[in-house]
Design a protein around this ligand. Structure first.
Ligand code: ADQ
Length: 737
């Protein structure tokens, strides 16, 4: 039975050695908490690090560590102290983490860390390969393992691999500053499905793929030569029921059964009736905006002094990444800030901030979530933020107000919260004021709507949605694979070719026989291509037709001495062997005068684009423009032109990074058909890479062998990956001589 293999940097459990014995505790952190319930219920194994370096595990306990992990369906990856330093503290947390959260001033790029990052990613990939069996689904998590998907792909090309990024993906302008940006994207693109929390992160990622990897992106699909990668957003939910149940249980506990913390909280409530408790919980991380939050709280007390002695901020910061200098500095900054503000406002009976720097057991988290009046969560950047969701799920009496930063991914689903900009202290102060004064009815209304949504989009749904989408990528791959020309299919096509008595080959030029170049004039045929085509023309009863969108002059010049039929400008011109060019249709070009200026304005507005004037068509090329701007402008121009040319017998053709306007009576399909009418062929072959070739594929009889170059939607029967494979197939034909 096939299984799911989950891979994350850390396992959902942490093993420590206490007095020579192994202790197991659950890991904190969003990912571990979120996925744990999925792992528990499903047929899955989880691979990751256990939190102890190889050096820290005593020799005599090593076997036991493996066994303990196994009991939880976990496989431990062993990492040395050096590896943790370079891979985790170094590249992941001093490079990727600050960059992806827009803290560019904190990024440190070190090639040694990068080497370790690659080495450790390979270790994780290897651990997967050892467990992998055909049919398994692999789900890789987060920014520490960005290279793993492609490393697995290299070893298991047919594996189904999903990748989920738990932190933001920054805009192209930020991402491009990374020294190893191409390698990182290549690593991620090894996956079949890439998931983000929000559409914004997805959009940023696709934009980087377009601009840096220069790959074709259509909506949310990226076309690689041999497969398609799907990108989507899956906002992560929480184990709603777990929080709801725990909160309900808490609410009926007798006072002597209550935790020490809960008793303290109750005492506070009793001693200062009417006072409000504001809760703040995060890992101690500069992205969480803890220091700004404290300053904003200070600003609030200054702006609304009537709340002095009536409001308290309960701040819980979980120790995190204390091996990274920025985190040590932050800890110091927060200690000082809390000290200063408490000193400034405290009275005999009241301190404004209660600050705790430690992890807390789940029961105490529930105590806090249920006892406070307001949750105050103001990250500067946060991929999602589960604390905000957990707070809402725990409010079983539907009271409470959530103040949430609009920079958290969660804000996109939680518009009933009081959304604030974490840098705007005035707005935050007003939000605290509004939260304190909010009537219960209003609180209940907001919490009810939020709960309904969180209950439905819980972590289980999140994981299932992702896994279903991953499963579906299998289907599309089967379609591509079935049609991909394997050795065997290639042999069959060649055999068919051999048996035929009259053959005709329609070969597109750019992107099919030669690769694209930045300047179309540089894509002239090399000697080996000329030899190949010459070879084809020398075969008996074989007509070779080069059918292209190019102008007749370049084609004619390049193929002067080789006896091929040339069709230029998608069928406007035809040059038979040893004949002159003939206009194949009675085509008008008087429309050009009015369309040319429109295209020229687009050339002016879009750097890197140019207008090509052919005899009977105008082409706007945007291959060299900024890819994103190019696509936007191409869409715009296409719309403008379609409006302009309707009822004029013209057509806008969308080619590979080119828009072409020409008479609608002309296309490659019609041009090819004319040749087919004159003679019977028992082997018709057509190959091409873009939309203009689709006319050809559709027009030809069903018996024709039609081949698309690259994995894109097509009416062709087969695919080939690239121009090398095309040449290889064609040279198979020539070997019949
Ligand atoms: P984190 O940055 O770790 O996660 P978050 O989503 O808030 O942030 O998750 C924190 C988790 O730790 C919560 O489940 C919370 O209950 C738990 N926790 C907090 N304080 C605790 C304490 N004192 N003791 C024990 N547990 C505590 C990363 C991204 C987020 C993203 C998640 C999930 O940075 O943006 O939401 O992954 O994708």
């Amino acid at each position: 039975m096939s299984k799911t293999i989950i891979l994350s940097n850390r396992l959902p459990l942490q093993i420590s050695v206490e007095n020579g014995k192994l202790e197991i505790t659950p890991s904190v952190g969003g990912l571990a908490t979120g996925l744990k319930s999925y792992h528990k219920d499903g047929n899955s194994i989880w691979i990751g690090w256990i939190g102890l370096t190889e050096e820290e595990i005593p020799e005599n306990l090593k076997e036991q560590v493996i066994k303990k992990a196994r009991e939880e369906a976990c496989i431990a990856v062993n990492l040395t102290a050096d590896e943790i330093e370079g891979f985790y503290y170094g590249f992941s947390n001093r490079g990727i983490w600050p960059l992806f959260h827009y803290f560019m001033e904190f990024t440190e790029w070190d090639s040694k860390h990068w080497e370790t990052y690659q080495k450790v990613n390979r270790k994780y990939a290897q651990a997967i390969i050892e467990q992998y069996q055909e049919g398994d689904l692999i789900w890789v998590h987060d920014y520490q393992l960005l290279l793993v998907p492609n490393m697995i792909r290299e070893l298991q090309p047919n594996a189904t691999i999903g990748f989920f990024n738990h932190i933001p993906f920054p805009s192209y302008e930020v991402f491009r500053t990374m020294p190893w940006r191409e390698e990182i994207l290549k690593g991620m693109l090894g996956a079949d499905l890439i998931g983000f929390h929000t559409y914004d992160y997805e959009r940023h990622f696709l934009s980087s793929v377009r601009r840096i990897s220069r790959l074709q992106v259509e909506f949310n699909e990226i076309s690689l030569p041999e497969r398609v990668v799907k990108v989507d957003s899956f906002p992560m939910g929480i184990d709603y029921e777990k929080f709801e149940k725990a909160a309900l249980k808490n609410s009926v506990l007798k006072s002597e059964k209550k935790s020490e913390l809960q008793q303290k909280l109750d005492q506070h409530q009793e001693s200062t009736p009417g006072a409000k408790l504001i809760l703040s919980i995060d890992r101690l991380d500069y992205t969480k905006g803890i220091a700004s939050r404290i300053r904003a709280f200070e600003y609030f007390l200054e702006k609304y002094p009537q709340y002095i002695e009536k409001v308290r901020l309960f701040m819980l910061a979980v120790p995190s990444r204390s091996g990274v200098p920025q985190y040590q500095l932050l800890k110091k900054e927060i200690d000082e800030l809390v000290g200063r503000i408490n000193g400034k406002f405290a009275s005999v009976n009241w301190t404004p901030i209660w600050y705790f720097y430690r992890s807390m057991p789940f029961e105490n988290l529930i105590d806090l979530y249920t006892s406070c009046d307001i949750a105050f969560i103001t990250p500067i950047r946060d991929g999602m933020n589960l604390v905000a969701k957990e707070f809402i799920a725990s409010r079983t009496d539907k009271s409470g107000v959530l103040i949430l930063s609009e920079m958290a991914g969660a804000a996109q689903e939680m518009s009933e919260a009081l959304l604030i900009n974490p840098n705007n202290y005035n707005q935050i102060a007003d939000a605290i004021h509004q939260a304190i004064e909010m009537p219960l009815e209003d609180q209940k209304k907001r919490v009810t709507i939020l709960q309904k949504r969180l209950k439905r989009y819980n972590v289980e749904k999140w994981a299932n949605d992702f896994m279903n989408a991953l499963e579906k990528t299998k289907d599309s791959r089967t379609i591509f694979q079935a049609k991909l020309i394997s050795e065997k299919i290639q042999q069959e096509i060649i055999e068919k070719f051999k048996r035929a008595e009259n053959r005709i080959l329609f070969l597109d030029y750019d992107g099919t026989l030669v690769n694209f170049t930045n300047n179309p004039e540089h894509a002239f045929p090399d000697e080996s291509l000329k030899t190949l085509i010459q070879g084809l023309t020398e075969l008996k009863n074989t007509k070779v037709v080069l059918i292209s969108g190019r102008d007749k002059n370049s084609l004619g010049k390049w193929w002067l001495k080789i006896p091929v039929v040339l069709i230029a400008e998608h069928g406007v011109w035809i040059r038979k062997v040893e004949k002159d060019w003939v206009l194949s249709e009675n085509i008008l070009n008087n429309w050009m005068e009015s369309v040319r200026p429109v295209i020229e304005t687009f050339v002016d507005r879009t750097p890197g684009t140019f207008l090509e004037e052919k005899n009977y068509s105008l082409a706007w090329h945007y291959r060299n423009s900024d890819p994103e701007l190019g696509e936007i402008r191409a869409n715009e121009l296409s719309n403008v032109l379609k409006g302009l040319i309707s009822n004029h017998g013209l057509n806008v053709l969308e080619g590979n990074k080119v828009l072409e306007i020409k008479s609608s009576g002309v296309n490659k399909g019609k041009a090819a058909n004319k040749l087919l009418l004159k003679k019977e062929y028992d082997f018709i072959f057509a190959i091409g890479d873009d939309w203009t070739d689709e006319y050809l594929f559709k027009e030809l009889p069903e018996t024709a062998v039609t081949v698309k170059v690259g994995m894109k939607k097509t009416a062709a029967i087969y695919y080939l990956k690239d121009t090398d494979k095309v040449r290889n197939l064609l040279s198979g034909f020539t070997q019949l001589k």
